[in-house]
Design a protein around this ligand. Structure first.
Ligand SMILES: [Zn+2]
Length: 116
């Protein structure tokens, strides 16, 4: 993909091509089904407290995160949540209200397919 992905500032930021693009303290909607299940909620309201790794799944940029669901209070680490994608070498963050699925699950793929 030719994109440099890094976690900076003790997990506070995901850097894409040396620019800080995704920060903690955001509220993400995370689908509850599957292996990467955050908590008992169908859709977690997940506050990101830190990033532990960043990676890519095709053109989708993903991050391993930890944080807390503010619906039920459960804390969790979630691997491979999509944070955006790379189009023509440019990072496009996911919409704030997008429902994210761990490991590039169904919601992430549908977003990608629909955008072609
Ligand atoms: Zn929850």
């Amino acid at each position: 993909m030719g994109v440099a992905l890094r976690v900076l500032d003790d997990g506070a930021w995901v850097s894409v091509n040396d620019e800080r693009r995704v920060s903690v303290s955001e509220l993400w909607r995370v689908a509850g089904a599957g292996d990467g299940r955050v908590c008992a909620c169908d859709c977690a309201d997940f506050v990101v407290e830190g990033f532990t790794d960043a990676g890519a799944d095709g053109r989708t940029v993903t991050a391993d995160v930890y944080g807390q669901c503010i619906r039920c209070g459960e804390t969790a680490s979630v691997a491979g949540l999509p944070v955006g994608r790379v189009v023509d070498g440019t990072f496009r963050p996911l919409a704030a209200d997008a429902v994210r699925s761990p490991r590039g699950g169904s919601a992430g793929r549908a977003t990608l397919a629909g955008s072609r």
